[in-house]
Design a protein around this ligand. Structure first.
Ligand SMILES: [Zn+2]
Length: 357
């Protein structure tokens, strides 16, 4: 065989390393092996909200939200994402995309794959050897059409993406076979929409009277993932509710907020805090009297401290306060002691609410 012809064959094989593979047919039972090959997905759960190891909110979207998002889809995208259709081979818009960037779920925006894991499988569908984070992909056994395959879905919105097979290249040996229409490509350097950005978990501490009410109201603020009632600001270690009630521990009834700074800023939380209690009452909130009911901000870092200082300065003397002075104490956060379990989510469990000032 002439050398030039040999060379051309070698080039052609190199360009299409998996010429006989497809998304549409694979009779082999590989479901269990795909599962065992998949690394265990690490997920953190706070108050029912799930965060992937790479820092994305992967909490399941409800039907109403999915239907709302689906309004932007074309009929073809809808049939693929929501009705498990498969686009024709070699027809998808992202098959030959070689630019550096990330591939998001077209419906909900969750990052699913990056250009670093894309390869030419020769099948006619965009192929990847691993996802951004294994927790972003939900594997689902698909026994339709007389085959036993593993369907892949977006973990957050459960849209149909394609299938995964065990004949991919190293390092994973997996081939994630995607419909272009299920993906949205974002080139590196372009600004990502909020739904495609990792969540930025931060902590804030506020004291504004009885913690049942402050905790209950902050739980409802968008971007607040969790609010916990506890004690802070005094020297007594591991105080009990009884001790704090005596007013002799130095602690205030406080709440610890875990929030997503990409959704709600600290300044916005400050605005909520001053709306949710009366910062002009010294060592009391309405009928609750004593230093344990004082108004206080416990800043987690220098930035929060500065933002709170500026916020108080602006609010103090504003017409909104009608001549009254803010008595909120601003200090650096010390140790937060969680209150007894029966204080947590008190209003959510028992009903009722504390009146707003
Ligand atoms: Zn999705």
């Amino acid at each position: 065989m002439p050398y030039a012809k040999l060379l051309m064959m070698a080039v052609s094989i190199a360009l299409t390393p998996f010429p006989f593979l497809s998304c549409a047919s694979n009779g082999e039972d590989q479901h269990a092996r795909v599962h065992s090959a998949k690394e265990a997905a690490a997920v953190t759960t706070i108050d029912g909200k799930h965060t992937s190891k790479s820092g994305y909110d992967i909490t399941r979207l409800d039907e109403a939200r999915i239907e709302h998002l689906a309004q932007k889809l074309s009929p073809e995208e809808r049939s693929i994402l929501l009705d498990q259709a498969t686009e024709q081979a070699f027809c998808g818009g992202l098959l030959d995309t070689k630019e550096k960037g990330a591939y998001m779920c077209r419906l909900c925006g969750l990052p699913l794959f990056t250009s670093k894991a894309k390869f030419n499988s020769g099948t006619g569908w965009p192929s990847f050897f691993q996802p951004v984070d294994s927790a972003h992909i939900h594997n689902h056994r698909d026994a339709d059409h007389g085959m036993d395959r593993t369907e892949i879905q977006c973990a957050r919105c459960r849209s149909h993406l394609g299938h995964v097979f065990e004949d991919g290249p190293q390092p994973t040996g997996l081939r994630y076979c995607l419909n272009s229409a299920a993906l949205q490509f974002h080139a590196d350097g372009t600004e990502l929409p909020r739904e495609s950005r990792p969540i930025a978990l931060k902590t804030a501490y506020f004291a504004g009277g009885c913690f049942w009410g402050i905790e209950d109201r902050f739980q409802k603020v968008p971007g607040v993932l969790d609010a916990v009632s506890g004690y802070m600001g005094g020297p007594v270690a591991h105080p009990t509710y009884r001790q704090v009630c005596s007013g002799e521990t130095g602690h205030a009834e406080a709440v610890r907020l875990t929030y997503d700074a990409s959704v709600v800023s600290y300044v916005e939380l400050l605005a909520w805090f001053f709306k949710l209690h009366d910062p002009t009452q010294l060592n009391r909130q309405g009928p609750d009297i004593g230093s344990q009911y004082r108004s206080a901000i416990f800043a987690s870092d220098e930035e929060q401290l500065k933002e709170a200082e500026v916020y108080i300065r602006k609010l103090d003397g504003s017409a909104q306060l009608r001549g009254r002075k803010i008595v909120t104490r601003l200090e650096r956060a010390g140790t937060f002691y969680e209150a007894e379990p029966y204080h947590q989510n008190y209003h959510a469990k028992h009903g009722g609410s504390c009146p707003l000032p």
